[in-house]
Design a protein around this ligand. Structure first.
Ligand code: GDP
Ligand code: IMO
Ligand code: MG
Length: 428
C-alpha cells in the first residue's frame, strides 16, 4: 500500500497542481476528493501550458486512472470542456472517471452563488461564482442531484421539478430575477448524462481494492486548509474539507490507508477573495511579489493578495492535516529581496503574545503579526537542483521553517517547470 495525499496549507494556489503533475508520473491512480471547478491548477508540460479546474492535475502524466470521487461537486459542462481541451492537444482522456455519488452543479447553483455575491449588503465572500457553496448546501440538505441521477430520466425530472419550485421562488421573489424552465434543464442534463455515461462509475470499491493490492494512489487536494469549511477563516472559506481528513469521506477510503501526507506551501503567502490575511503586504514589495510570482487567479483572473509567510497559520494547517512531508514552492520568487520576514507569533488586541491560530475571524483582523527577520539572497536559484547548491541564506530560510514546524521539507520548487525541483528524499 502506497498512498500519497497532496494538500494546500495556505489559502490555495500553493502550486499543488505542479506537484501533483510531477508525482502522478509514478501513480496508478490520481484522485480528486473535494471542491469542484473553483480550483485552478496551472501545469507546464514542456512548451504547453495547461490550466486544470475540475480534472485531476494527474491527467497529463498518470498512466493509470484519474478519478473524480464522490466528495467533488461536478459541473458536467466544465468537465466536457476540459476533456475537449486536453484532447485537442492530442492527449488521452479515456482514463478519467467520475463517481456515481458525486453531486452535480446545476445552473441554479451558479446563479444563486452569483446573485448572493452581487447582492448589496450581503456577505460578499469573493467566491469564484462557480456554484460550489449552493451545490454542497443541497447535498447536505439531501435534495442534490447526483451523477447517477443523470442516467435515470424519471428521477432526474422529479428532482429538477422539486428543486426549481424552491429556487425559482427565491430567484423571482427575493432576487427579482427570471425563473428557470424545468423542461429545458431536464433535456439539457439528460443529454449530458448520455454523453458521459461511460465515465460515470462506482469508484470507492475500485480504490479500496487498489489500496489492498498495493497500487500507488495519489489523492489531490484543491483549495487549502485556511479555506477549510471548519478550520479556515470562516465564513471566508470554501464549502468543503480540503484537509487530509477530507480524503476519507471524499473518496471513501479509511484513515488507516493514508500514509504520505504531503503539505504544499508557498515560500510566501497569497490569498484571492475576501477575508483576513494578517501578513498581507499592501505596498510596493507586495506588488513586486505579485508581478514576479505571476500572482493572478487561474480561475477568475483576479490579482492575488500577497504577503509574508505565516508560520502560525502553517503550524495550524500542519496540525489539522498531520503533515509528514512538506513542499515549499516558489522559493525563486523571493530572490533579490534584501530582508525576508516570517510571522512566528501574533500580538492580540489586548497585548497578549500567542503562537496558535484563532477560531475568531473577527479577532484575527485585529491581530498584529510578529516577524522574525532573515537575510535574503541574490543568486538565481531557478537552475539549482541539489539542496547543497542553494545559497546559504536560502538554506537558512528553509531550515527556519523546518525547525519551527518540526517537519522536513522534502521538495523545494524553484520554478513552474516540471524539472525545477530540489528533491531531498524519494517518496516512491
Ligand atoms: P494550485 O492551485 O495550488 O495548483 O496553484 P496554481 O496553479 O493556482 O498557482 C501556482 C502558480 O505558480 C502556477 O502558475 C504555477 O505554474 C506556478 N508555480 C508553481 N511552482 C512554482 C515555483 O516553484 N516557482 C515559480 N516561479 N512558479 C511556480
Ligand atoms: P486552488 O485549488 C484560491 C476561494 C475564493 C473565495 C473562497 C470561496 O486553485 O488552490 P468558492 O468559489 O470556493 O465558494 O470561493 O475560496 N477559492 C480559492 N482561492 N485557490 C483556489 O483553488 C480556490 N478555490 C476557492 O476566492 O475566497
Ligand atoms: Mg490555483
Amino acid at each position: 500500500m502506497s498512498t500519497y495525499v497532496v494538500v494546500g496549507l495556505q489559502y490555495g494556489d500553493e502550486g499543488k497542481g505542479k506537484i501533483t503533475d510531477v508525482l502522478s508520473a509514478k501513480s496508478d491512480y490520481v484522485v480528486r476528493f473535494q471542491g469542484g471547478d473553483n480550483a485552478g491548477h496551472t501545469v507546464y508540460a514542456g512548451d504547453e501550458k495547461f490550466v486544470l479546474h475540475l480534472l485531476p492535475s494527474g491527467v497529463l502524466q498518470c498512466k493509470g486512472k484519474c478519478i473524480i470521487a464522490n466528495g467533488v461537486v461536478v459541473n458536467p459542462k466544465s468537465f466536457i470542456k476540459e476533456i475537449e481541451q486536453i484532447e485537442s492537444k492530442g492527449l488521452r482522456t479515456d482514463h478519467v472517471f467520475i463517481s456515481r455519488r458525486a453531486h452535480v452543479i446545476m445552473p441554479y447553483h451558479i446563479l444563486l452563488d452569483t446573485y448572493r455575491e452581487e447582492e448589496q449588503g450581503g456577505t460578499q465572500i469573493g467566491t469564484t461564482k462557480k456554484g460550489i457553496g449552493p451545490c454542497y448546501e443541497d447535498k447536505i440538505a439531501r435534495v442534490g442531484i447526483r451523477m447517477i441521477d443523470l442516467l435515470n430520466p424519471e428521477v432526474l425530472r422529479e428532482k429538477i421539478e422539486k428543486n426549481l419550485k424552491v429556487k425559482n421562488a427565491l430567484f423571482e421573489k427575493y432576487f427579482g430575477k427570471p425563473a428557470l424552465n424545468v423542461d429545458e434543464l431536464y433535456e439539457e442534463f439528460l443529454a449530458i448524462g448520455q454523453k458521459l455515461k461511460n465515465r460515470i462509475v462506482d469508484t470507492e470499491l475500485e480504490l479500496n481494492e487498489a489500496i489492498r493490492v498495493g497500487k500507488n494512489i495519489l489523492f489531490e487536494g484543491a483549495q487549502a486548509l485556511m479555506l477549510d469549511i471548519d478550520f479556515g477563516t470562516y465564513p471566508f472559506v470554501t464549502s468543503s474539507s480540503p484537509s487530509t481528513g477530507g480524503v476519507c469521506t471524499g473518496a471513501g477510503v479509511p484513515p488507516t490507508s493514508l500514509q504520505n501526507l504531503i503539505g504544499v506551501a508557498k515560500a510566501y503567502c497569497t490569498r484571492v477573495g475576501n477575508g483576513p490575511f494578517p501578513s498581507e503586504l499592501n505596498d510596493e514589495l507586495g506588488e513586486k511579489i505579485r508581478q514576479v510570482g505571476h500572482e493572478f487567479g487561474a480561475t477568475t483572473g483576479r490579482p492575488r493578495r500577497t504577503g509574508w509567510l505565516d508560520l502560525v497559520s502553517l503550524k495550524h494547517a500542519c496540525m489539522i492535516n498531520g503533515i509528514n512531508n512538506l513542499v515549499i514552492t516558489k522559493l525563486d520568487v523571493l530572490t533579490g529581496i534584501k530582508t525576508l520576514k516570517i510571522v512566528t507569533q501574533y500580538k492580540t488586541e489586548d497585548g497578549k503574545i500567542i503562537d496558535y491560530f484563532t477560531s475568531s475571524t473577527t479577532k484575527l483582523y485585529k491581530y498584529e503579526p510578529i516577524y522574525h527577520e532573515l537575510e535574503g539572497w541574490d543568486e538565481d536559484i531557478s537552475k539549482v537542483r541539489s539542496y547543497d547548491e542553494l545559497p546559504e541564506n536560502a538554506k537558512k530560510y528553509i531550515s527556519f521553517i523546518e525547525n519551527y514546524l518540526g517537519i522536513n521539507v522534502y521538495l523545494v520548487s524553484v520554478g513552474p517547470e516540471r524539472n525545477q525541483n530540489i528533491i531531498r528524499k524519494d517518496l516512491f
